[in-house]
Design a protein around this ligand. Structure first.
Ligand code: DAH
Length: 345
């Protein structure tokens, strides 16, 4: 009996299974109740009592070896069949998708490109701002409605210096920051994000983007402003674009104007975007108010300047015919991917 056990142990250890059937015949032959090992256990009953212990021990070892072998073979077969089903070496490779710039970034970059060629620098300012830079220095009277809660996100009422802290409502704050530290001539554009306490809809959002423009020097005139913006519109939208200035009011400019361009969604025919007028407003502008220059320590008798503030979303909407402002911040890959071929322009 000892020999039989030895032989069986050898067989079990050297067994190899290529298929599930091989494994099943291994199980039937050795492990199942009626298999070879089961039979030996049956035979154990006839062994004299004094040898039972010794045979029982080696028989148990055989049984454990067979079971371990079964598990090992089973694992091997399973993992190799998984590999087979998961990897198809004949498939063509899946190309790596390269990301692309956001449409607002593409537009911002294009705006910078156009103004840089006119000699404008790019300047930057904080999004968390104090009342002085966002309102007071820009000649907003104390009771101006733009300071009210429905427009401005206040962070802190009355900081250490006694002014409110808020999220800037426009990029015009950077005009002040710039003029405080740099004496004219100043020629800069200032792109950035701004915040307003508005209900989100297709036409309004609680945050959006602007590019501020500022040119302060001796003898800067309204004609310079008009030509600069006209040049910009032609570079951005093509030479057939028309520009229109409407009289307007801003506390920080005098005179002030709103700048319209031909609606590119309907080519001037009239549609929902331009409210059937054929024109779309892209910016507010004007001659820098003498009080603003004075607030920054610039003598308005010596220097004049123009300023403008442009909505990047609006410029982008006309460029790519996007009708819903919400698309810009929803991160829907189906929307964003459409700007892929633009490269990094
Ligand atoms: N800050 C204005 C706004 O957010 C836009 C604006 C108008 C900016 C006229 C200017 C300007 O610099 O001259 O509505």
């Amino acid at each position: 009996m000892e020999n039989t056990i030895e032989n069986l142990l050898h067989e079990v250890k050297s067994f190899s299974a290529k298929t599930k059937q091989d494994l099943e015949s291994f199980r039937l032959k050795y492990i199942s109740k009626k298999g070879a090992i089961g039979e030996l256990f049956e035979n154990l009953k006839q062994i004299p009592a004094d040898q039972k212990k010794q045979f029982g021990k080696i028989l148990n070892e055989l049984k454990q070896a067979a079971e371990a072998k079964f598990t090992e073979l089973n694992d091997k077969l399973q993992s190799s069949s998984e590999e087979k089903t998961n990897i198809d070496l004949t498939l063509p490779p899946v190309p790596n998708k390269v990301g692309n710039l956001h449409p607002l970034t593409l537009t911002k970059n294009r705006i910078i490109e156009i103004f840089e060629r006119l000699g404008f620098n790019v300047a930057d300012g904080p999004e968390i701002e104090d009342d002085w830079h966002n309102f007071s220095a820009l000649n907003f009277p104390d009771n101006h409605p733009a300071r009210e809660m429905q427009d401005t996100f206040f962070i802190e009422k009355k900081n250490a210096e006694g002014g409110d802290v808020l999220l800037r409502t426009h990029t015009s704050n950077v005009q002040i920051r710039l003029l405080e530290k740099q004496k004219p001539p100043v020629r800069a554009i200032m792109p950035g994000r701004v915040y307003r306490n508005e209900a989100i809809s297709a036409r309004a959002h609680c945050f959006f983007h602007q590019v501020e423009g500022l040119y302060v020097d001796r003898n800067v005139s309204f004609a310079d402003l008009k030509q600069t913006l006209f040049h910009f519109a032609k570079e951005m939208y093509g030479k057939d674009i028309k520009l229109r200035l409407r009289p307007s009011f801003f506390p920080f400019t005098e005179p002030s104007a709103e700048i319209d361009v031909t609606c590119l969604i309907c080519k001037g025919e009239g549609c929902v975007v331009c409210k059937r007028s054929g024109w779309v407003e892209i910016a507010g502008a004007g001659m820098v108010h003498p009080n603003v220059l004075r607030n920054c320590g610039v003598d308005p008798e010596e220097f004049t300047g123009f300023a403008f503030g442009m909505g990047i979303e609006r410029v982008t909407q006309l460029r790519y015919q996007v009708n819903d402002l919400r698309l810009y911040s929803e991160n829907d890959i189906r929307f964003l991917r459409q700007f892929h071929t633009e490269g990094t322009a």
